[in-house]
Design a binder for this molecule. Structure first.
Ligand code: ATP
Ligand code: MG
Length: 649
C-alpha cells in the first residue's frame, strides 16, 4: 500500500505532551520499554507476578506448536480467586468493586467482600445445576451487577462463559448457543433502556426453541415485568442463587484452561467465536489496565463505558479492574436518559478519574454540543481512553478539551476481541500524543506494518498491521475451528499475526490505523483509506459523523461515496452543503479523495459495539441486497437510509 496518496494524508501537527505531574509518578516510563525490548520473556515473567498462582509457572511462552500458543503453561490459578477472595484476604473486603447506577437512578455500591459472597452463591447454584469445568454457560443480560457475578461464577468453576450482548435478537443468541453447545443460560426478565423496561426473557424462550443443549435458564429479576417461566427449566436467580451458601471452595485450573468464548462484533461478516484462556489473559488485562491508564488502584475511579457483551467490557470492566483490585463504575443505560448530560453527571457524582469509551460516543457528544458536559464538574478526570475505531483527530481534540479540560492525556488504544488486551497505545506518562494516532506498541508487544510481500514499510508509508510475537492475552483458537484460526490470522504473513487492519507509519515511525484492509479503496489506481477521508469530513464544522465506502465505478475502478451526519447546530446544512464538503475533502487531502457522492443522513448503521458497518453502506452504494444485519443496533436505520436515497436522487 505504499503510495504517495497516503503520505499526503493526515497532516496533523498538533502535539500533546504528558502532564508533568502525571509523568513524574507514571507507572510506565521509557525504562519499561527498554526492559521489555531487552528481555521479552523476562518482562512477561515479571508481569505474571501480578497474579496469585496456585502453582507458580516456571515457563513463560511455549510456541513450539505455533500458531497454537501456551502461556505460563505449568502454572495453575483460579480467575475468580484472583479477582475477589485475594483482595478480601489482603484487607480490601470493604473496598468498593463497583458503583452501580441503574438507568432509572437506582444505585448500589458493591464491596469486594459482598461480590465474593454473591459469586460464591452463584458458583454453588451452577454446580447444583450440574455445570462442571469445561461446560459452556451463556450470559444474555443488560448491564447489571448480576451479569458480572455470573461471569465470575463461571470462571470460579472453570465453565467458559459466552456473553451475548443483551440487545441482540433471539436469532443471534441461538446461533451463538448452538455454535458453543451451551448448557445453561443466565438472563433477566428485562432491562431499562431509554426510560422504560424492555423485556429480555421472551427472546431467550424463542432462541431455545432451536437449542436442545440448554437444560436450565437462570432468570434475574430486574424490571419485575410479567415473565413466562417454563416449569422444570427456568429458575429465578433470587430464589435459586439466593438460597445457596456464600462459601465456595475454589479449585485451581491449569493456566491454559478456557476462560471464555466471545464472538467478534461482526463488522466484516459472520462473527467468529474467539477463545480466551485463563492465566495469560489475566496477566495481559491486569498489566494493560495498569499501564495504559496509569492506574493507581488505591485512588482511581475507573469507568469503562462499554457493554459486557463486548470484549472491552470483559477485559476492562471485569477482569483487568478486578484483578487489580480497583474500583469501577458500571452504568446500565443510555447516555441521553433522562438527559444528554447523564454521563457527565455520573462522572461528577462518583468522581471518575479514568474514562474509557468509543469514538462513536464521542462523536455523538460532539453532535449534541458542549453545553451538556459544561454543566458538570469533570475535574476528577485525569486520563481519557478511546477504543473500537480510529478516533478522528477532531473528536480527539474535542474529547481532550471539553471532557478532559485540556489536562488529560487521551490514549487511543488499538486492539481486538482476538488480542484480548491493548496492543498499540500511547502511554500517558511517556508519549507525546498526536490526535488520531495510536502511536506505538505497548511495552511487551511487538507490531509492524508490512507491504504485500510481508516486508516492513519505511516510515511515511502504509501497509498491513501485523503482530510479530505472541502475547499473553492472545486468542488461542476459534471455537471448534483450529483450521480457520490458523488460516485467518497466521497464513497471510508466515510467522506473524495478521490483524486485518491497514496502518501507516508516519515520518517518526508512529502508527496510524487506517481502517480495515477490506475497507481500503482503490480509486484510479490510488489506494485511499476510509478513515482518513472520514476524518477530513469530521474536521468540517458542520459534520458530526461520517462513513466512507468505495463503490464500484466504471471509470475509476472504485468511487468514493460518503454518508454524513450533520452537527446539531448545522441545521440542514444549507443547499450547498454537499459541494462545500466535497471541496473541503479536496482541500484537506487532495482532489483524488473528493467523494463522487455525499449523502446527508440522520443515522449510520452500527454494530452493537458502536462501529460503523461499512459493508452495508457499500451494499447500498452499489445497489445490492443487504448482507447479514443481525449485529446491527437498529436495523430500521438501513431502511431509512435507503428511503432517503430514493427521495433525493
Ligand atoms: P469482526 O471481526 O467480526 O468484523 P470487529 O473486528 O469489529 O468484528 P472487534 O474485535 O470488536 O470486532 O473490533 C476490533 C477492530 O476494531 C480492530 O480490528 C480495528 O479495526 C478496530 N479498532 C479497535 N480499536 C481501534 C483503534 N483504537 N483504532 C483503530 N481501529 C480500532
Ligand atoms: Mg475483527
Amino acid at each position: 500500500m505504499s503510495d504517495e496518496a497516503l503520505s499526503n494524508l493526515l497532516r496533523e501537527d498538533r502535539r500533546f505532551p504528558p502532564p508533568a505531574e502525571l509523568a513524574a509518578h507514571a507507572n510506565v516510563t521509557t525504562a519499561t520499554y527498554e526492559q521489555a525490548d531487552a528481555d521479552f520473556e523476562g518482562f512477561w515473567a515479571a508481569q505474571a507476578e501480578r497474579i496469585s498462582w496456585g502453582k507458580a509457572p516456571t515457563q513463560v511462552l511455549d510456541w513450539s506448536n505455533a500458531p497454537f500458543a501456551k502461556w505460563y503453561a505449568d502454572g495453575t490459578l483460579n480467575a475468580a480467586y484472583n479477582c475477589l477472595d485475594r483482595h478480601v484476604e489482603n484487607g480490601l473486603g470493604d473496598k468498593v468493586a463497583y458503583h452501580f447506577e441503574g438507568e432509572p437512578g437506582d444505585t448500589r455500591s458493591i464491596t469486594y467482600a459482598e461480590l465474593t459472597a454473591e459469586v460464591c452463591q452463584a458458583a454453588n447454584a451452577l454446580t447444583e445445576l450440574g455445570v462442571k469445568a469445561g461446560d459452556r454457560v451463556a450470559i444474555y443480560m443488560p448491564m447489571i451487577p448480576e451479569a458480572i457475578m455470573a461471569m465470575l461464577a463461571c470462571a470460579r468453576i472453570g465453565a467458559p462463559h459466552v456473553v451475548v450482548f443483551g440487545g441482540f435478537s433471539a436469532e443471534a443468541l441461538a446461533t451463538r448457543i448452538q455454535d458453543c453447545g451451551v448448557e445453561i443460560v443466565v438472563t433477566t426478565d428485562g432491562g431499562f433502556r431509554r426510560g422504560s423496561p424492555s423485556p429480555l426473557k421472551p427472546a431467550v424462550d424463542e432462541a431455545l426453541l432451536e437449542c436442545p443443549t440448554v437444560r436450565n435458564v437462570l432468570v434475574v429479576q430486574r424490571t419485575k415485568q410479567d415473565t413466562p417461566m417454563t416449569e422444570g427449566r427456568d429458575l429465578w436467580w433470587h430464589e435459586f442463587v439466593g438460597k445457596q451458601s456464600t462459601q465456595h471452595a475454589y479449585e485451581n485450573f491449569p493456566a491454559e484452561h478456557p476462560l471464555y468464548v466471545m464472538y467478534t462484533s461482526g463488522s466484516t461478516g459472520k462473527p467468529k467465536g474467539i477463545l480466551h484462556t485463563t492465566g495469560g489473559y489475566l496477566v495481559g488485562t491486569s498489566y494493560t489496565q495498569w499501564a495504559t491508564f496509569d492506574l493507581k488502584p488505591d485512588t482511581d475511579i475507573f469507568w469503562t463505558a462499554a457493554d459486557i457483551g463486548w470484549v472491552t467490557g470483559h477485559s476492562y470492566l471485569v477482569y483487568g479492574p478486578l484483578a487489580n483490585g480497583s474500583t469501577s463504575l458500571m452504568y446500565e443505560g443510555t447516555p441521553d436518559t433522562p438527559h444528554r448530560g447523564r454521563w457527565w453527571e455520573l462522572i461528577e457524582k462518583y468522581k471518575v478519574s479514568i474514562l474509557y469509551c468509543a469514538p462513536t460516543a464521542i462523536r455523538t457528544f460532539m453532535k449534541w454540543g458542549a453545553e451538556h458536559p459544561e454543566k458538570f464538574d469533570l475535574s476528577s478526570l485525569r486520563v481519557l481512553g478511546s477504543v473500537g475505531e480510529p478516533i478522528n483527530p477532531e473528536a480527539y481534540v474535542w474529547y481532550r478539551h471539553f471532557i478532559g479540560g485540556d489536562r488529560t492525556p487521551v490514549v487511543d488504544t488499538w486492539w481486538q476481541t482476538e488480542t484480548g488486551m491493548h496492543m498499540i497505545s500511547p502511554m500517558p506518562g511517556v508519549t507525546e500524543g498526536k490526535p488520531g494516532a495510536a502511536m506505538r506498541a505497548i511495552p511487551g508487544v511487538v507490531v509492524d506494518v508490512v507491504n504485500d510481500e510481508g516486508v516492513p514499510v519505511a516510515d511515511g508509508e502504509g501497509g498491513y498491521l501485523v503482530v510479530r510475537k505472541p502475547w499473553p492475552a492472545m486468542l488461542r483458537t476459534l471455537w471448534g475451528d483450529d483450521k480457520r484460526y490458523a488460516e485467518t490470522y497466521w497464513s497471510r504473513f508466515p510467522g506473524a499475526y495478521f490483524a486485518g487492519d491497514g496502518a501507516k507509519k508516519d515520518s517518526d515511525g508512529d502508527i496510524w490505523l487506517l481502517g480495515r484492509v477490506d475497507d481500503v479503496m482503490n480509486v484510479s489506481g490510488h489506494r485511499l483509506s476510509t478513515t482518513e477521508i472520514e476524518s477530513a469530513l469530521v474536521s468540517h464544522p458542520k459534520v458530526a459523523e461520517a462513513a466512507v465506502v468505495g463503490a464500484t465505478d466504471e471509470t475509476t475502478g472504485q468511487a468514493i461515496v460518503a454518508f454524513v451526519i450533520l452537527r446539531g447546530d448545522a441545521g440542514d446544512g444549507g443547499p450547498d452543503v454537499v459541494t462545500e464538503l466535497r471541496n473541503h475533502v479536496s482541500k484537506e487531502i487532495g482532489p483524488i479523495a473528493k467523494p463522487r457522492q455525499i449523502m446527508v443522513v440522520e443515522e449510520l448503521p452500527k454494530t452493537r459495539s458502536g462501529k460503523i458497518m461499512r459493508r452495508l453502506l457499500r451494499d447500498i452504494a452499489e445497489n445490492r441486497e443487504l448482507g447479514d444485519v443481525t449485529t446491527l443496533t437498529d436495523s430500521s436505520v438501513m431502511h431509512l437510509i435507503k428511503e432517503n436515497l430514493s427521495s433525493s436522487s
